[in-house]
Design a protein around this ligand. Structure first.
Ligand SMILES: [Zn+2]
Ligand SMILES: [Zn+2]
Length: 263
């Protein structure tokens, strides 16, 4: 198993997961070229990708999805609402490569069981994903207005979790470049998870068996990797977790692959 982000943040997101039988991308929010370059640099095999799963239609998640689907000749999976929202952006996708899923349903891709779950975010019908491979499972939980009980239930116990740690509320409030409506949106119940909210979620996850936390979808302007890391580190430490022993903590970089989790 190989799992990592190719890039992560408000400018573009993609997650790579593969097993010996096949693999997938979750989102493709930079160009297909940038995604392929990122895989090549990280030594990841793009031909392992047998599907592209989309979380929601915001451009930082779909920008390269259509081109990538055509280049690799693989289907795109998304909820009906997401399909409607991204129809114009993905270009022509043949019917056999359009798969509409229902939030909450599970299905198999190669030897990976995929479980989708609804997330609180301001998109048509956004979802997160959890992937089961034998005894292992990996979850992708970003673009969360808050860490709802249903999200907690969906990801609880996953060995590896990509968890949002989007912004520092003080930096956001003081940011003169951001209009008020955008600040309200980000801070709202369908916006993005702050460092503190991410840290609280990290503690809950660590207490439920998560061994590897990858903090992602960091804001470029309203966060720093160091601030996100320190906030979760402090909360985990405070809760009695031995960092590096009970749980590992990494930051997903904006424009390059993260730490690659292998098994
Ligand atoms: Zn979004
Ligand atoms: Zn996003």
């Amino acid at each position: 198993m190989q799992f990592c982000t190719l890039f992560s943040g408000s400018s573009g997101n993609a997650v790579y997961l593969s097993t010996s039988r096949g693999g997938l991308l979750v989102d493709c929010g930079l160009s297909a070229r940038q995604s392929l370059d990122a895989m090549s640099k990280a030594g990841l095999d793009p031909t392992a990708i047998h599907a592209i799963l989309i979380t929601h239609e915001h451009s930082d998640h779909i920008k390269g999805a259509g081109v990538m689907s055509r280049k690799l000749g693989v289907p795109i999976y998304a909820t009906q609402g997401t399909w409607e929202g991204m129809e114009r952006s993905v270009g022509e996708i043949p019917a056999r490569h359009r798969v509409a899923i229902t939030a909450g349903e599970s299905f198999f891709l190669d030897d990976i069981e995929v479980a989708s779950f609804s997330i609180p975010h301001d998109a048509n019908d956004p979802v997160g994903y959890r992937f089961f491979m034998g005894k292992q499972s990996v979850a992708v939980a970003t673009d969360l207005g808050y860490f709802s009980q249903s999200v907690a239930d969906a990801v609880s116990g996953a060995h590896i979790v990509l968890l949002e740690s989007n912004h520092d509320p003080d930096l956001l409030q003081k940011n003169a470049h951001y209009p008020t409506h955008l600040k309200t949106r980000i801070l709202g119940r369908k916006g993005h998870l702050s460092n503190d909210a991410g840290a609280q979620a990290a503690v809950r996850l660590a207490q439920c068996g998560t061994r590897h936390l990858l903090l992602g979808h960091l804001s470029n302007e309203n966060n720093t990797p160091d601030l996100a890391y320190r906030t979760s580190y402090a909360a985990l430490h405070e809760a009695g977790a031995a960092l590096g022993h009970d749980v590992t903590l990494h930051i997903a970089p904006r424009f390059q692959p993260s730490f690659i989790y292998c098994d």
